[in-house]
Design a protein around this ligand. Structure first.
Ligand SMILES: [Zn+2]
Length: 151
């Protein structure tokens, strides 16, 4: 992997994110050993995987999407939709308290960052242009997720 792959890589700490209240956050050395470099960069440095490159952007399998860091259940395949963006997109989190939202003013944009409420892992952003019934679009990184398939 080269640095060019991470075209939206953030050198800045997440604003208001990664607070000390995330009780499930593992040790950094453990994470570096367990995650791929991309998974580490996305979840710990608020990186963004290239569009159409991740494992789940086009996945239609039924199951529960879990946090790749702490295994918390985050999204259901029932709420996944084809956003055309090249990132896995959902119109709703599995539970209201499964994720936390933070203002993200990096890159001169005002966006809403989505993090795992259990461990603080960066997941992606949420935008107000999603489909019914919520009108929200949770634009996630495949690198932050692990699909627990309903077999
Ligand atoms: Zn987590």
């Amino acid at each position: 992997m080269t640095g060019g792959d991470l075209w939206l890589r953030s050198g800045l700490p997440a604003i208001g994110g990664l607070a000390v209240t995330h009780t499930s956050k593992p040790q950094d050395t453990d994470l570096r050993a367990r995650l791929t470099p991309l998974q580490y960069d996305v979840t710990q440095n608020a990186g963004t995987e290239p569009a159409f490159s991740g494992a789940y952007w086009d996945t239609k399998d039924a199951g529960t999407y879990r946090c790749v860091v702490c295994d918390a259940a985050l999204f259901s395949s029932d709420t996944k939709f084809d956003s055309g963006t090249g990132w896995p997109s959902f119109y709703q989190a599995l539970a209201p308290d499964a994720v936390e939202l933070h203002d993200d003013r990096a890159y001169g944009m005002v966006r809403t960052e989505v993090v795992c409420s259990s461990c603080g892992a960066h997941l992606g952003h949420v935008f107000p242009d999603g489909p019914r019934p919520t009108g929200e679009r949770y634009c996630m990184n495949s690198a932050s997720l692990r699909l627990d398939s309903d077999a």
